[in-house]
Design a protein around this ligand. Structure first.
Ligand code: GLN
Length: 447
């Protein structure tokens, strides 16, 4: 049925490759037999999952990162998250379309062409995990993996009216996930409901991964025993530019939580206004370094131009990378250059620390520390999805404002879940690092 759904929804351009039918049927039959015998491998045994194309999967599925430079690339390894979900009986349905290397907010910067929003094909799915979001929103599968560096799971989830969960940095292994900006990259989950996201997260984060040096064991923080929560509203997220539909959905969400007895507490995170700019210095800086490895010598595309012109890799990189990726490499190399480093990269690192400290001031540093709130609730995006035609241009930096509300949690490495509250509008719930449990509590309260 899912293969038929992929074919029926081919105009969405959500998948870039699909597992062979015989393989899927054999896996499904084996899972069915285990379930019938009463011995499933996990509570997600036999469930289908779509995987973003920057997460390495075993052959024959390619891992292209939606880049021409990896157009025919098949990884010799598979990501730890993929190994773990398959060991739990889950079945990889295929790989999903995205912005090239995760760089973008609307899934239009892809060598495979733009992804379409299942609710309205003129609208953006959000990005960069747009294919994963479209697959779930179209009902092709219940679950998908994505990556979120500055909002790439939460934004498409909001635009496609599904649930999108970015865990605390370090809790899901990045081994086998193609790096965009290592210090910000997190693997996460897009799903039809928060319960599936919780199940898959607990499966994938069950133990740290020795292959990823930033992988850390899942903490076990005590949740305050009170049945009501202290919910912070970060007033700095109430931007002048917020669309009326977004602002009124935010108010309604807070009203319903307040009616359920939870305490609503306005708080301030004064450095929020600098987060977007700092993100767009740091992420391209890391990217410019990470993308140096695509030289045509070790991976993927090797351009004929280099042989003809006697160059080493100018031709390969010129042909292989898309416009947006080239722009990021240039921005990153600029802000890391000897004359600019102090004014850009170093300043942005300082801002990152200030943004992190803002969150810690309201959440408390650890259990013993006084905290003002248990969670924060704010819109995921300043507006519902824009038209694809309005965001398809890689010139300038106007498109970056879609990330203004998601980048603060990314800089701080804290967990955030975007919950669908109305068509094309999501609310994100954020907690202190390691505070996943309290996110599920809010999600349940908003059901
Ligand atoms: N839109 C942001 C960017 O282009 C975030 C992308 C992401 O989270 N991968 O960098």
């Amino acid at each position: 049925a899912s293969l038929n759904a992929i074919a029926r929804h081919s105009a969405l351009n959500a998948f870039v490759s699909v597992a062979p039918e015989s393989h899927l049927l054999a896996k499904a039959a084996a899972a069915e037999a285990r379930i019938a015998a009463g011995s499933p491998l996990s509570d997600l045994d036999g469930r289908l999952i779509a995987i973003k194309d920057n997460i390495c999967t075993p052959s024959p599925l390619r891992t292209t990162c939606a880049s021409k430079i990896l157009g025919n690339y098949t990884s010799p390894i598979s990501a730890t998250v993929v190994d773990r979900l398959e060991a739990a009986g889950m079945i990889t349905l295929g790989k999903t379309n995205m912005d090239e290397f995760g760089m973008g907010s609307h899934s239009v910067f892809s060598s495979h062409g733009a992804v379409k929003n299942p609710h309205d094909s003129d609208l953006s799915t959000g990005g960069s995990s747009g294919g994963s979001a479209a697959a779930v929103a179209a009902g092709i599968c219940d679950l998908a993996l994505g990556t979120d560096t500055g909002g790439s799971i939460r934004l498409p989830s909001a635009y496609c009216s599904i649930t999108g969960f970015k865990p605390s940095y370090g809790l899901l292994s990045r081994w086998g996930v193609v790096a965009y900006a290592n210090s910000l990259d997190t693997v996460g989950i897009l799903s039809r409901n928060w319960r599936d996201a919780r199940s898959l997260f607990s499966l994938l984060s069950a133990a740290p991964d020795t292959l990823d040096p930033t992988s850390i064991p899942r903490p076990n923080p005590k949740i305050r025993s009170s049945s009501t929560l202290r919910i912070g509203i970060p007033v700095d997220y109430n931007l002048h530019e917020l669309d009326d539909r977004v602002r009124s959905a935010w108010i309604r969400t807070l009203e319903s939580l307040s009616n359920a007895g939870h305490e609503i507490i306005p708080i301030s995170l004064p450095n929020t206004k600098h987060a977007l700019a700092a993100y767009y210095v740091l992420a391209p800086a890391e990217a410019s370094s990470n993308l140096a490895r695509y030289d045509g010598l070790r991976y993927g595309l090797r351009s004929e131009q280099d042989r003809v012109n006697g160059t080493l890799f100018a031709g390969t990189r010129g042909e292989g990378f898309g416009e947006e990726v080239k722009k990021r490499i240039l921005l990153g190399a600029f802000s890391l250059s000897a004359g600019k480093m102090d004014n850009y990269f170093i300043q942005a690192q300082k801002i990152r620390k200030m943004v992190q400290d803002d969150f810690t001031a309201v959440f408390g540093r650890d259990e013993g520390d006084a905290s003002q709130v248990d969670v924060l609730i704010a819109p995921t995006s300043p507006s519902p999805p824009p038209k694809i035609a309005e965001v398809a241009d890689a010139h300038g930096t106007d498109g970056y404002v879609a990330d203004v509300l998601t980048t603060p949690a990314s800089l701080a490495g804290i967990p955030s879940i975007s919950l669908p509250v109305e068509k094309g509008v999501g609310m994100q719930v954020m907690a202190q690092w390691g505070g996943e449990e309290v996110l599920w509590k809010v999600a349940e309260g908003l059901e």
